[in-house]
Design a protein around this ligand. Structure first.
Ligand SMILES: Cc1cc2nc3c(=O)[nH]c(=O)nc-3n(C[C@H](O)[C@H](O)[C@H](O)COP(=O)(O)OP(=O)(O)OC[C@H]3O[C@@H](n4cnc5c(N)ncnc54)[C@H](O)[C@@H]3O)c2cc1C
Length: 415
């Protein structure tokens, strides 16, 4: 029997194992999963709704060109076709910014469909098998776990990243010990820690905003990145999709400029690439001032903000801004000093990972070892929030599974 062994039962691991079986049903395909159950990040994704892919333009970091090549080899259509074969209905319409969800709106449906499909195809799933090393044995690869040893002709490493605290594991050493270069993982899509002195009342507030990350340079402060979307205030700073997208770039000493114009329906939605680097903090102040002045003509005191702003925000703006003009400035340019970002435990993905230069995007095979593949977040690619990370995991998994199966089939036919 010819064996394909997949390390990691997450998104990439499921796609790789099912993809391998689809292309070579005669192969024995086994998934070794460290935890007591598979697909835990799938279940946690998209706040339990699983934002499983994105229909918009690619937005990747790390080796973005590698991600582009991957998604040319395995397109969004190919990923949709895979889910179709697995029996998962995807919602007909994508949501804001191209986000795609299962029709049920439940992450559990995605994992269930994958579990049943893998089972139907005859994939062996072995949980509580934490792989400790991958190397060469007498015949092919030798894979050691904490309790057992396995042999395989082809190995697909899909062990993800340590992002997400208990949901992730740091298993980069499996590739590092095979001579692969690893870029140290750092948190991406993570909350930003800010000086929140005197702003405790904002804790729990959610609002649509435009967010500018600014940094002091030679010629003064400059916007280095901006996003739009929902922000969530906490005791320690800000999170929510909009803020977390800046978590990759934010560092101590930066300032966050929050523009509440989207909450006031005062600005048209613009995308990051349309704004940077021309955007200026406070550019909507005059519009906000005009709105406040118009309301102040017939609404006095607390009534000015009632019905316009969430109550706590109205209170904070009134406390901090003495005049209408100052309040308009605060609503269009509320400044928070950045003191850092939250670590990998709270991040959704890790920036960094295995050097993609050492893998072929058309097969995901290692350029250092024939028969060894890598897929998913273990690689040095991380995507924007909105389904890009899972899309990369499915696509790389499908490519690796197909390539491993075809290579194995060719080996069998040679004999
Ligand atoms: C809270 C949260 C929400 C998210 N929401 C979204 C979202 O909505 N959309 C999106 O696109 N992305 C989202 N992401 C990111 C996305 O979940 C990951 O990028 C994706 O799951 C990566 O897939 P993967 O298969 O590479 O890794 P994982 O899903 O992490 O799977 C790796 C598997 O390998 C196992 N493993 C690790 N080491 C070993 C070992 N030594 N031996 C055996 N098994 C091992 C792990 O236990 C794990 O099951 C979210 C992440 C988090 C944490």
């Amino acid at each position: 029997m010819k064996d394909i062994l997949v390390i990691g039962g997450g998104a990439a691991g499921y796609a790789a194992a099912c993809g391998a079986k689809e292309h070579f049903p005669g192969a024995r395909v086994t998934v070794l999963e460290a935890s007591s159950r598979t697909g835990r990040k799938i279940l946690a994704s998209g706040n339990g709704r699983c934002n499983l892919m994105n229909d918009g333009d690619n937005v990747y970091f790390g080796d973005a060109a590698f991600a582009d090549r991957v998604l040319e080899t395995c397109t969004r259509q190919d990923v949709r076709a895979f889910f179709d074969r697995a029996g998962l209905r995807i919602a007909d319409e994508s949501e804001e910014d191209g986000r795609v969800y299962p029709a049920t709106g439940q992450a559990a449906s995605v994992l269930d469909a994958l579990r049943f499909y893998a089972d139907r195809l005859g994939v062996h799933m072995l949980c509580e098998q934490k792989v400790t090393s991958v190397g060469y044995g007498k015949k092919g690869f030798r894979i050691d776990t904490e309790t057992d040893a396995f042999r395989a002709d082809q190995v697909i490493i899909a062990c993800g990243s340590p992002a997400g605290g208990k949901l992730g594991l740091d298993s980069y050493h499996l590739l590092e010990n095979m001579g692969h270069r690893i870029f140290a993982p750092a948190p991406a899509l993570t909350p930003i820690v800010c000086d929140m002195k005197g702003l405790g009342a904002l804790k729990g507030l959610r609002a649509p905003v435009r967010l500018l990350l600014c940094r002091e340079g030679k010629n003064g402060e400059k916007c280095v990145e901006m996003t739009e979307g929902e922000i969530l205030f906490s005791e320690t700073g800000v999170s929510g999709v909009c803020a977390m997208q800046l978590g990759r770039a934010a560092k101590k000493g930066d300032t966050l400029h929050i523009d509440f114009s989207p909450l006031l329906a005062l600005c048209k939605r613009r995308h990051s690439h349309e704004m940077h680097p021309h955007v200026l903090p406070g550019e909507n102040t005059e519009n906000v001032y005009a709105l406040l002045k118009e309301r102040a003509a017939y609404l006095q005191g607390e009534a000015l903000y009632a019905g316009l702003l969430p109550r706590v925000l109205g209170q904070v703006i009134c406390q901090k801004g003495k005049s209408l003009r100052e309040q308009a400035r605060l609503l269009s340019d509320f400044v928070l000093p950045v003191t850092g970002v939250k670590g990998l435990d709270t991040a959704q993905v890790a920036h960094g990972g295995a050097d993609t230069k050492e893998f072929d995007a058309a097969t995901m095979e290692s350029r250092l070892h024939a028969g060894l593949y890598a897929a998913g977040e273990v690689l040095n690619v991380d995507g924007e929030c909105g389904g890009f990370n899972l899309l990369f995991a499915w696509a790389t998994g499908l490519i690796a599974g197909k390539a491993a199966a075809e290579s194995l089939r060719a080996m069998c036919e040679e004999k």
